[in-house]
Design a protein around this ligand. Structure first.
Ligand SMILES: [Zn+2]
Length: 341
């Protein structure tokens, strides 16, 4: 896997530099300090990995279990993943129902790893409703009938994918930057406890990163205040925290599974909603098929934009070291472009 290779090169590179500096500076003192051992940190999903890197910097050796291009909701840890968790000093996971905790938190899996759930200190939103028509637009209420309910349910049980059907909470906590800021505190605390020698370093990194998150938050807040079209019509109901933080309303056009084919009735409903509310843009994402969004666009003339739920990176983004901040800045640009009309 590329990120692993990259990490190896990075570690090797850092070691070589340290060695070179050691040699250059050693003159009379021939004793070389062994390169300080980095604290081993294992993370589950990208948003957690990113926080770990921001706080841990070059004092940690961090790995990410869900590989690039993979859908984190479908993640089922392999035996190798579980073994990797046991090598960590600190094991960070997002929580709120995202990962299969019954597997990853088993005693024999954790070994001596200290598990930390980043969502623990956050105020959680309930999982998006089974019927994604939860939003109180009269139109949808009129069109909703029992049959449709059953269809949705059946489809959902068959598909058993993507949406967080077992979860009580919406796990996409990181889509509110201020939630990430709180997670930073949790990570600083965990790292400082596990590696007190570098506590000051972790604190400084945490503080600097929180300032960036605050600046990002301010930009979103400003946008939320000035934007009048606040319908966020998305393919995947991942943006609940962002919507709540900045006064948007999230509407899930695809229902529970982004790849599911909706019934013709449902399709008609979506199209009617788009027309009635003068929706100009719908948002798809990179890790799921845009098929349905494109079909709706073809029928209604809305434009399809990509909004990134920051759940994971593609191979290419991984190689470019794309960060959470990069994604959220890009999302803000997209939202401005898509909703300005
Ligand atoms: Zn999701």
């Amino acid at each position: 896997m590329n990120w692993k290779k990259r990490l190896t090169y990075f570690v090797l590179g850092a070691t070589m530099v340290a060695t070179a500096v050691g040699i250059a500076g050693c003159g009379s003192d021939t004793k070389q300090a062994a390169p300080a051992e980095k604290m081993k940190v294992v993370t589950t999903v990208f948003p957690v990995y990113d926080v770990a890197k921001q706080v841990g910097g070059d004092k940690i050796d961090v790995s990410l279990l869900v590989p690039p291009g993979a859908e984190p909701h479908d993640w089922d840890p392999t035996a190798k993943d579980l073994k990797e968790i046991g090598t960590a000093k600190v094991f960070l996971y997002s929580g709120a129902g995202l990962e299969p905790t019954e597997k990853i938190l088993a005693k024999d899996v954790l070994q001596n790893a200290q598990p930390v759930e980043l969502a623990k200190s956050l105020t959680l939103l309930p999982a998006p409703d089974e019927d994604e028509d939860e939003h109180d637009h009269d139109h949808d209420k009129e069109h909703k009938d029992d049959k449709e309910h059953k269809d949705d349910k059946a489809q959902k049980e068959d598909k058993h994918e993507h949406e967080h059907e077992h979860g009580e909470f919406d796990p996409h906590v990181w889509l509110d930057p201020m939630n990430v800021a709180k997670e930073v505190d949790a990570v600083v605390e965990a790292f400082s406890k596990a590696d007190p020698t570098n506590a000051k370093y972790y604190e400084a990194n945490g503080k600097a990163y929180k300032e960036k998150l605050q600046a990002l938050h301010a930009k979103y807040e400003e946008f939320g205040k000035t934007q009048h079209d606040k319908n966020l019509v998305v393919s995947h109901m991942a943006f609940g925290y962002l919507a709540k933080a900045y006064g948007f309303e999230q509407l899930g056009i695809m229902g529970v599974s982004p790849d599911a084919e909706p019934t013709p009735e449902r399709m008609a409903d979506i199209v009617a909603f788009i027309k009635e509310h003068n929706v100009k843009a719908i948002f798809s994402e990179e890790l799921v098929s845009p098929k349905l969004a494109n079909a709706i666009a073809a029928e209604t003339g809305v434009k399809v934009y990509v909004l990134n739920p920051a759940e994971g990176l593609t191979e290419e983004q991984t190689q470019k070291h794309v960060t959470y901040l990069d994604i959220m800045e890009e999302n803000l640009k997209t939202l401005k472009e898509a909703l300005a009309h």
